[in-house]
Design a protein around this ligand. Structure first.
Ligand code: 2BA
Ligand code: 2BA
Lengths: 135, 135
């Protein structure tokens, strides 16, 4: 199983993501439309800076009784996102990807210059293991 | 690896869950407080009927511009939940749990009379595989 992780990667153009400076109403729209729980946050030089989820956005602005939707535009992604997101290099082993996926639904994959290459999901790791398990 | 799944199960008293007839404001509170993306929905005889997530609740009442929080109490969990949730019997094999976890973050575990025993999470499956992988 210690083969390359390259063929498991969801490549960057298929990954829903936002930028640090995006307003929160834009980020909420991307999260709702994509249907994903959490997505990566990139900076202008295409490097991963963290992740953001619907829960982050809702927690940050949950006013008493009602969510003030009109305040969403005044905040930016970087104001509420989590800087903690697992990352690894595209040439590292499957064992490392497996270890990181224990506590994280997805792992960000980077190039030698730390630019974003894509993500590795628990689903793709479990599907590979199941194929080996059945043999 | 084809050992019992019993020691991997998160037992029912540790699983955040709601009932079919609970109002949606109660369900949203449980989801936000627990921090979980989706949780099981049980009926009065403690059988799994589906699952509900914050996205289900937000999608169902997302009015134009603002989420009408006061309407939440008028709906019930059964009105917006998803009836699709993977389930298996507590005596079934690890292979079946692995297969189901490919496309589902958690699997509901049932007894011989279909009563709820607990859930099996991707995390516990990945942790077990990693332990075997390292040997
Ligand atoms: N549109 C869809 N079609 C089919 N199945 C879907 C789906 N959306 C969600 N799922 C299923 O639900 C799991 C959990 O998704 P979630 O959005 O919570 O959590 C996701 C999401 O936060 C992130 N993710 C996955 N694909 C992504 C993408 N293309 N762009 C951005 N984030 C992604 O990685 C987490 C783990 O993904 P993973 O595939 O292991 O696990 C997914 C997948 O098995
Ligand atoms: N309070 C916490 N402490 C430590 N880690 C946490 C955590 N909350 C979430 N995580 C981490 O994030 C993963 C995704 O959680 P999520 O809530 O999207 O998705 C969860 C949630 O929908 C459900 N779940 C897990 N434990 C639950 C429980 N005690 N009650 C109800 N639902 C639970 O099963 C899904 C998969 O759980 P899994 O453990 O494989 O994977 C978890 C775990 O690795």
């Amino acid at each position: 199983m210690d083969n390359e992780i390259k063929q498991l990667i969801v490549s960057d153009e298929k990954v829903a993501h936002v930028q640090l400076e995006n307003p929160l109403d834009h980020a909420l729209l991307i999260l709702i439309k994509s249907g994903y729980t959490a997505i990566p946050v990139l900076d202008k030089s295409y490097r991963v800076q963290g992740q953001i989820s619907k829960a982050h956005i809702l927690d940050s602005i949950l006013g008493i009784e009602r969510i003030e939707m009109e305040r969403l535009h005044d905040y930016k992604v970087k104001d509420v996102m989590s800087p903690k997101v697992p990352r690894m290099h595209k040439d590292e082993t499957f064992g490392k990807a497996l270890m990181l996926s224990i506590n994280h639904p997805f792992v960000c994959i980077e190039d030698h210059d730390h630019s974003f290459v894509g993500i590795l999901t628990r689903r793709s790791i479990l599907a590979l293991i199941h194929r080996h398990f059945e043999k």
